[in-house]
Design a protein around this ligand. Structure first.
Ligand code: T5A
Length: 207
């Protein structure tokens, strides 16, 4: 792969969408071509699956269906968007990727990590992000920020204990894969969050 793959992770409302544009501008300043995308989503079919995954007004979705849909959307995304970009030397900046599956389905829903790991290998082959920025904040701070946006989706209506487990799983992943996953303290004001991101991304660019 000629391009490099950066993912942005974290619980609800920690500031991923807010900061993705900032990272894009940092890459652009360094003359790096970049593609912005997100999960679940990123292609028309994967975006249609996103609608289903986030819609709370439907029959109860089984945990297995949820997990498989995350990976079904990911398979489309990788084949039609992520891999073609990386092969052309375009960097990919993705709002959430498979760490979110470990955190939400593995941590939040207590699903078997080995099953997720099997699906990860099946769908992605060797593709993994080169750098992951994990924006971390206590659940109440993130949920408070997310709530300001109004309407809540199918995940956002979960109980606080669900999001505590999501956060724990993310932090455990960061500890296990410290080389790739860098934790950013998202409780700080935006200026400080972006100063931390600036340092991490600049270092990664020059590695
Ligand atoms: N999901 C996803 C899974 O369960 N498994 C998977 O495998 C994948 C890929 C997707 C949902 O799907 C789940 C997880 C999610 O529940 P999403 O829209 O991608 O949904 O995720 P959300 O977390 O819902 O995204 P949000 O838009 O809610 O959160 P963001 O992007 O982290 O937060 P953002 O940038 O919109 O900021 C929220 C508010 O906070 C303010 C912003 O201005 C905004 O108003 N803010 C700050 N305020 C003060 N200080 C700061 N430092 C601030 N940073 C941002």
């Amino acid at each position: 792969m000629l391009g490099r793959f950066i993912s942005l992770e974290g619980g609800e409302g920690v500031g991923k969408t807010t900061n993705i544009g900032y990272i894009q501008s940092l890459l652009a300043e360094n003359n790096i071509p970049v593609l912005l995308t997100r999960e679940p989503g990123g292609t028309p079919l994967a975006e249609a699956m996103r609608q289903l995954l986030l819609d709370k007004n439907q029959e109860e979705m089984t945990e297995q269906a949820e997990l498989l849909m995350m990976f079904a959307a990911r398979a489309q995304h990788i084949k039609h968007v992520i891999k073609p970009a990386l092969e052309q030397g375009i960097w990919v900046l993705c709002d959430r990727f498979t760490d979110a599956t470990y955190a939400y389905q593995g941590g939040g829903r207590s699903m078997d990590f080995a099953a997720i790991n099997w699906l990860e290998n099946f769908v992605q082959g060797e593709l993994r992000p080169d750098l992951t920025l994990l924006l971390d904040a206590p659940v109440k701070i993130g949920m408070g920020r997310a709530a300001q946006r109004g309407k809540l989706d199918r995940f956002e209506v979960e109980k606080i204990t669900f999001f505590e487990k999501v956060r724990e799983a993310y932090l455990a992943l960061a500890e296990q894969q410290a080389e790739r996953i860098k934790v950013v303290d998202a409780t700080q004001n935006l200026e400080h969050v972006q100063a931390e991101i600036h340092q991490l991304v600049t270092q990664f660019i020059h590695d």
